[in-house]
Design a protein around this ligand. Sequence first.
Ligand code: HEC
Ligand code: HEC
Ligand code: HEC
Length: 429
Amino acid sequence: MRLPIAIGFLVLLLLSCFTVAWRPALTPEPPPPAGRFAPALVALGAQLAAAGNCAGCHTVAGGPAWGGGLGLDTGFGLAYSTNISPDPVTGIGNWSQAAFTRAMREGVARDGSHLLPVFPYTHFAKLGDEDVNALYAFFMTRPAVHAPDRVNTIQFPLNLRALQAGWKLLFFDPGTYRNVAARSEAWNRGAYLAEGITHCAACHTPRNRFGAEQLNAAYAGAPLDGWLAPPLDATNPAPVAWSQQDLYDYLRTGESERHGVAAGAMASVVHDGLARLPDSDVMALAIYFSDGNGSAARAAGTAAALALAESRRLVDVGKETQSGANLYLSACASCHYSPPMRPPAVQGSLALSTAIAASDPANFIQTVLYGVGNPGVPGPYMPGFATALSDTDIAQLASYLRSTRSDQPAWPGLPAAIAARRPPHITIQ
Ligand code: HEC
Ligand code: HEC
Ligand code: HEC
């Protein structure tokens, strides 16, 4: 008697799952004629597409613009970005405005299938109507490219898109951005941009094992392609708290005198993305994040932190017998040392850098191996040392700088952390 009841229950459960998951296909429409969209709307769309880094995922190096094909690691296999050019066959040319809006707001494709959250629709859902319409206008006026979508390598049963409906019930907070009445207009603008189009949390918030951002650890920092996207909350380890002005400088120019430069993925966020936004928007982001990181409460300690960092800049001479000091003086000090010699783009002291203060040596190692390029700033950049320094050299430098430029405990596991990040074809004994 019991078994049929259990089976019946299971069937009912499955049926209700798929009912919850089901979304209608929306009728294909021929691509909108050129001239349907006001130029100002297309221009706004271009700005938002830059701020949303759509190209970072939907255009691969050497591939056609918006043709897709970038493999993103979901932890369960690769998900490939899709062709979002207006090609009616392989792109989104026959998507209506309604279909595009549904994809951005609900993560559902035109054919009714659920999209994976590697596409940051969980953030784009916050966008207002005008911004979504502007993005549609921008993409529908790009040249159509023929580039069939690649098949994801996510294994059965996780590749069943219906399962995404369950994921959304658990982790997706639908709905556009709602103003917080107690906050200023600029703060709300910053929050709207950060939580929406610029999706800062997609990199700076740690994820759970289902790939969802952990809401109780918003902006607590997260690993990203061998880098660390540092915390943007009060746990940020930089010796000088990120003030509104520091954040504005960094997000506007890619450089903050009291912190350092934007490298890794952040370089592109700043120079290809935020660079397209007006000053008022970049300031709004700075207002939002400087409020969230409690920097005002730490402002009183800024002078002392700067003085301490300055005192840690000139501690190497006389220590040449230590291999770390020796390496630093010969390979690094020419740029990172005395103010009269210092190239314009170099900050006052490495002791101010999150790369040295963070509990994870990731960004220090990446910087030394691959260097720093800051295309917006004239003057010398930092070369990569992958061919010049061995893993042992870099480990000695890391330990030395960590102990002389911070109060933090020694970094454990340096050799493995360096080996894992070294370009595979360059090994130095
Ligand atoms: C972090 C990478 C990433 C970024 C940034 C990104 N996308 Fe995507 N997008 C993807 C991936 C991956 C998919 C495919 C998801 C899937 O297979 O379920 C996708 C799917 C889509 C789709 C559905 C298309 C289809 O054929 O089903 C649209 C529309 C889209 N993205 C538009 C955008 C726009 C507009 C932006 C910028 C505002 C953007 N994306 C930014 C990774 C990204
Ligand atoms: C694609 C991933 C990605 C996105 C999106 C992103 N960041 Fe970052 N961010 C990083 C990485 C990686 C670093 C570390 C790079 C470095 O130190 O040079 C970083 C560094 C930073 C830093 C420096 C922190 C420190 O202590 O040194 C700030 C501030 C920052 N990001 C703010 C933002 C804001 C604000 C946004 C949204 C407007 C944002 N980021 C969006 C990846 C990202
Ligand atoms: C040719 C000049 C030059 C040399 C040599 C050089 N650097 Fe740099 N370094 C720079 C510049 C420019 C920056 C970016 C501006 C900044 O952050 O001060 C930078 C940034 C850094 C940063 C990141 C600071 C941050 O958070 O933005 C670290 C860490 C660093 N360098 C370490 C080293 C080490 C270790 C060596 C020696 C192996 C070295 N540098 C050699 C010019 C140089």
